[in-house]
Design a binder for this molecule. Structure first.
Ligand code: RUQ
Ligand code: CUA
Length: 765
């Protein structure tokens, strides 16, 4: 053991004095040789150069993609397409402890449907919060189509904070989209159903089944949706689809399209033509145009009907108050995308080859002049399609969604059947360029492409099927996100990224510099409520409290031990662990897992998380840290002992594993003093330089200083025991002292390397 320590010490000192240099194995293979060897064309190499982000460098944009059926959110960088995180939203996710710790279980429980836990989510459309129509990078919302729910993700820590269940819908699709100042988040129904939670025979589809849109009020200060200030608008039983909010001149309005305005009910098993035939018979469906500001006034004035305890503006009221209109739109449309200047809404029909540019100004004039072509069966006024249109463009077969460029009037539309992206000018109404993508594009995304100031540069084509694009991994294929360069006149395909997590529907991308995530929590933090945790524990205050058969453990973690290390309980006890990670250092996450249970916590620096288990089987259950957090991570362990009922404690005598003598102590003591010299030299090296100018180094120095404080405390313990000639305790505490030193040295060397690599200057000799 001592020889290993010696060697480690030598390595430390060698590194600190720069004796070890990186082995010069870099062979200067020429670019053309690599191209030949790997069969790359010049175009490939150019594409690679446009996406490659060198080691240590960061991406310009961050994309947030729906995780489809996984109920999660996928975060990746652009242009590198490197996946950075899966954020757990609607479903348990072990790495983040989501659905395993008591705090996140409460968030998931908010999403229960009829009292039942829902273990998946069909996430569709993420939306980033906006200020004056610009992405502000503070919050993110995402919806669940199958069990109509909306989730709030905090972009300070990328954690899900809230789930709300839609009180009147049975399925949804047209969410999440936000108003230009994030006052509301919209959610539109998909398959009509009775708004009241009850059985209604399908024969009464026209009379009793309904669609709806819900306007969820977002309280920015609280960082939560406020259901008590939210309301809905009743809509006809057309299958509402996608939505968008107006901006600029159209601010105050929202747009939701629909399919199956035929109101067809299938029944293939009874010999009726299936839904797909009956829902695509007419040449047009209906775009709903809703004045949500008016809706908010009506809600305040109490002009709503309570359904399932939730205020709903009925169609009758909405028509009477002049806040709801319909406009025909191309057959089976799928996207409704408001232009950055708010003057147009672009809609494409999957079964039409045109994209339609609706003019908000024209629509408002028709409304003002009461120039309607008629009413639908529910009395909603219908605007004339031709009179509402600005222009119409032949974009390709099966156009779906539209996103915008930083260049004025330039839009991109996904063409599903032709598997293309069409670049076109929606002011002039002409096609500019077409690019074939690999297969069946669904949504597409440009950088901040649905804000008032899109950033251009890149477009990602979210292809539904990957087919033969990647190495086969069985019949269930990943999806394919294709990165496209849109900075020039011609679009250029750069890169294919497989996405192996559900069917990502929509994605949004934001300039990375707008995100300001934290690196640690305030100490003892409940990350799901964003408050100090009532059961946090400070260092030295760890304890185990018994109350009847309830046992509560107030524990801590810090490199590299869990306190307490031994917990003894009795069969039948209900045991709650409140674990606080005392670390302040960046990325010093610890895990906590107990054998034979689902206890599994992720403890990021500062976090307090809890887990409750029932000790129903007597036995011995090791617990440990699940993150490789330090050299002595494997030693970050403990035991939960469950005594059988009626067990009588008798003094059992056992031997120590190893007996230590004064020689052992002296050897360790000497090693520690030598280690201190190395540390001192590293410290001198750092403080002689302008390390204060480097934020990462400043936090490393803070961390190292903390470790050295612990080292000093344990040194005192060791030396006190030595004075009493208790060589066993003296040697072991000296060993612990050395552990803190090694951690401090390790951090110090990381700081030194950083300074060397970033050209720090000597400020004092
Ligand atoms: S989806 S491919 Cu938005 Cu649900 Cu269009
Ligand atoms: Cu903490 Cu491993």
């Amino acid at each position: 053991m001592q020889t290993i320590r010696k060697r480690a010490l030598l390595a430390l000192s060698a590194m600190s004095f720069g004796l070890v240099t990186a082995s010069a194995s870099w062979s200067a293979e020429m670019l053309d040789e690599v191209m030949k060897r790997r069969g790359l064309t010049e175009k490939d190499v150019l594409a690679a150069a446009k996406t490659y982000v060198p080691t240590g460098k960061r991406d310009e944009f961050l994309a947030f993609s729906s995780g489809g059926q996984s109920g999660q959110l996928i975060v990746y960088g652009i242009p590198s397409m490197r996946i950075l995180k899966y954020v757990a939203v609607f479903t348990p996710e072990p790495w983040q402890g989501y659905g395993f710790d008591d705090e996140s279980k409460k968030v998931l429980a908010q999403g229960r449907i009829n009292g039942k836990d829902i273990l998946f989510g069909d996430t569709h459309h993420p939306a980033i919060s906006e200020t004056n129509g610009e992405y502000d990078g503070r919050w993110l919302f995402i919806n669940d189509k199958n069990n109509p729910r909306m989730a709030v993700v905090d972009l300070h820590d990328f954690e899900t904070k809230q789930i709300v269940v839609n009180p009147i819908m049975k399925s949804e699709h047209g969410g999440a989209f936000v108003t230009p100042n994030t006052e509301y988040v919209i959610e539109a129904a998909q398959y009509p159903a009775p708004l009241e939670d009850e059985y209604v025979p399908l024969e009464q589809f026209n009379e009793r089944y309904r669609g709806a849109v819900t306007y969820w009020k977002f309280n920015r200060e609280a960082g939560r949706i406020d259901p008590s200030q939210s309301f809905s608008v009743e809509l006809p039983p057309y299958s509402q689809d996608l939505s968008d909010f107006g901006k600029g001149p159209s601010d105050g309005w929202s747009f939701t399209n629909s399919f199956c305005s035929e109101r067809y009910v299938g029944g293939i098993e009874k010999g009726r033509p299936p839904f797909e035939a009956g829902c695509s018979q007419k040449d047009t469906d209906f775009l709903h145009m809703i004045n949500w500001k008016k809706g908010a006034e009506l809600f305040k004035a109490g002009k709503t009907k309570m359904i399932n305890g939730h205020p709903v503006i009925t169609m009758e009221t909405a028509v009477k108050e002049g806040m709801l209109f319909l406009i025909p739109e191309p057959k089976s449309p799928h996207g409704a995308d408001v232009s950055p200047d708010g003057k147009y809404v672009i809609i494409s029909g999957k079964l039409d080859s045109h994209t339609y540019v609706y003019s908000f100004e024209k629509m408002m004039n028709l409304i003002k002049n009461k120039d309607f072509v008629g009413k639908d069966p529910y009395g909603i006024p219908i605007l004339d399609l031709k009179k509402s249109l600005h222009t119409q463009v032949q974009a390709g077969l099966g156009p779906l969604h539209t996103q915008y460029d930083s260049k004025p009037c330039v839009a991109y539309t996904s063409i599903y059947v032709d598997s293309q992206v069409t670049k076109w000018d929606y002011c002039e109404g002409k096609v500019l360029d077409k690019l074939s993508i690999h297969y069946n594009i669904g949504h597409l995304m440009t950088m901040e492409g649905d804000s008032v100031t899109p950033k251009g540069k890149y477009l990602v084509s979210l292809n539904k099927l990957a087919i033969d694009r990647f190495n086969p991994v069985g019949p269930l294929h990943p999806q394919n996100h294709q990165l496209i360069d849109i900075s020039g006149d011609k679009m250029e395909l750069l890169y294919d990224m497989p996405l192996p997590l559900g069917e990502p529907h929509y994605a949004v991308a934001i300039s990375a510099d707008k995100l300001k995530p934290i690196i640690r929590y305030k100490s003892g933090w409940d990350t799901r409520t964003d408050k100090r945790h009532p059961n946090r524990t400070r260092p030295g205050k760890e304890k185990v409290v018994r109350d009847g058969n309830k046992v509560t453990v107030f524990g801590t973690t810090i490199r590299s031990h869990i306190t307490p290390e031994i917990v003894e309980v009795k069969e039948g006890d209900v045991v709650t662990f409140h674990m606080t990670n005392l670390e302040r250092a960046q990325d010093q996450t610890h895990g906590f897992a107990i054998s034979g249970t689902n206890a599994n916590l992720s403890l990021e620096p500062g976090k307090t998380a809890s887990v409750t288990i029932t000790a129903d089987k007597p036995g011995v259950y090791p617990y440990y840290c699940t993150e490789f957090c330090s050299a002595l991570h494997l030693e970050m362990q403990g035991y939960l002992l469950v005594q059988p009922k009626g067990y009588k404690e008798v003094a059992v005598k056992g031997a120590e594993g190893t007996i230590y003598t004064q020689t052992d102590y002296d050897k360790q003591h000497k090693t520690n003093l030598e280690t201190q010299e190395v540390i001192d030299s590293v410290v001198a090296y750092i403080v002689a330089r302008n390390y204060q100018d480097f934020a990462p180094v400043v936090s490393l120095v803070e961390d190292a200083t903390e470790q050295l404080g612990f080292a000093a405390d344990t040194r005192k313990k060791a030396e006190d025991f030595a004075a009493k000639q208790d060589w066993q305790n003296a040697t072991l505490w000296a060993g612990q002292w050395w552990q803190y030193q090694v951690k401090a040295a390790d951090i110090g060397l990381r700081a030194k390397t950083y300074l060397d690599q970033h050209g720090a200057k000597v400020v004092k000799e």
